[in-house]
Structure formats: structure tokens, C-alpha cells
Design a protein around this ligand. Structure first.
Ligand SMILES: Cc1cc2nc3c(=O)[nH]c(=O)nc-3n(C[C@H](O)[C@H](O)[C@H](O)COP(=O)(O)OP(=O)(O)OC[C@H]3O[C@@H](n4cnc5c(N)ncnc54)[C@H](O)[C@@H]3O)c2cc1C
Length: 116
């Protein structure tokens, strides 16, 4: 039976990064996962040309240059900007909600003016 330096029980981001770094140091890793796919919660698959996030939408964000340089050695990112809106009574509102939203929806100026 083949022997490994590490058994990594997680084919998600953590396990993948750990295994990658250990292999760079000359170690051997066996990565296993109870799911039938890799990358854990960020798993996506393609249907009719559309990327579908099986476990919920994921947006990568960091202000850490080391993290950015690490991740971009593997993948290229596009410049998607997350700007969700919510439609309420035929009007669009920015999300997440803030005092401007409540002012527009309920005509109040401070939390103390809460609608009765
Ligand atoms: C709906 C949703 C949306 C998110 N959105 C964002 C986002 O927009 N931006 C962001 O930065 N982060 C987001 N996150 C968080 C991000 O998904 C996690 O931080 C990241 O995926 C964690 O990676 P991980 O390797 O630690 O864990 P996971 O991705 O959970 O991977 C762990 C893996 O280990 C396996 N495993 C666990 N126990 C066992 C076992 N006993 N035996 C075998 N296998 C096992 C699991 O099957 C899984 O595949 C979101 C998370 C969710 C759920």
C-alpha cells in the first residue's frame, strides 16, 4: 500500500492549499472528501453555458496583497462588481439596506423615527 506524509480530509480551499504547499515542500498528500467533487463549498458546474454555484453564490474579495498574489497564480479573475438591488413596489433599492433605503421607503430620517 502506498504511504503518504499527510492524509488531508478536505478537498475544499483549505485542504487544497495545504496539500499544494506541502507538495511544494516535497511531501506527499492523499486528499479525500466525502463529496463526489473537489473544492468544497465553492464548487460550481456548468449548465447550458452558465456557471452554477451548487452551495450558494461566491464572490472572492480581499484587501491582502499576499492573498491576491497567491490566488492569481492559479486563476484569472474578471472585474465583477457586486451591486445587488431589491425591487419593492416598482422601485429599485440598493442592498444591503441602509438609512437611505428606509428614508425612501418609509419617509423616515433616523432609526428613532421608526414606522409604527
Ligand atoms: C452559501 C455560501 C456562500 C459563501 N459566500 C462566500 C463569498 O462570497 N466569499 C467568500 O470569501 N466566502 C464565502 N463563503 C465561505 C467559503 O465558502 C468558505 O470560507 C470556504 O469554502 C471554506 O473552505 P474550506 O476548505 O475551509 O471548507 P469547505 O469548502 O466546507 O470544504 C470542506 C470539505 O471537507 C469535506 N469534509 C468535511 N468533513 C469531512 C469528513 N468527515 N470526511 C470527508 N470529507 C469531509 C466536505 O465535504 C467539504 O468538501 C460562502 C459559504 C457559503 C456556504
Amino acid at each position: 500500500m502506498k504511504k503518504y506524509d499527510y492524509l488531508v480530509v478536505d478537498a475544499g480551499l483549505y485542504g487544497a492549499v495545504f496539500a499544494h504547499e506541502m507538495i511544494k515542500k516535497g511531501k506527499t498528500c492523499l486528499v479525500i472528501d466525502k463529496r463526489n467533487h473537489i473544492v468544497g463549498n465553492i464548487y460550481t458546474y456548468t449548465k447550458s453555458g452558465i456557471n452554477i454555484h451548487r452551495y450558494g453564490a461566491h464572490i472572492f474579495h480581499t484587501d491582502n496583497l499576499d492573498v491576491w498574489e497567491y490566488i492569481t497564480q492559479f486563476v484569472e479573475f474578471n472585474n465583477y462588481i457586486n451591486a445587488p438591488t431589491a425591487a419593492y413596489r416598482d422601485e429599485l433599492h440598493n442592498m444591503p439596506f441602509n438609512m437611505n433605503t428606509f428614508s425612501k421607503v418609509w419617509g423616515i430620517r433616523t432609526p428613532a423615527d421608526k414606522v409604527q
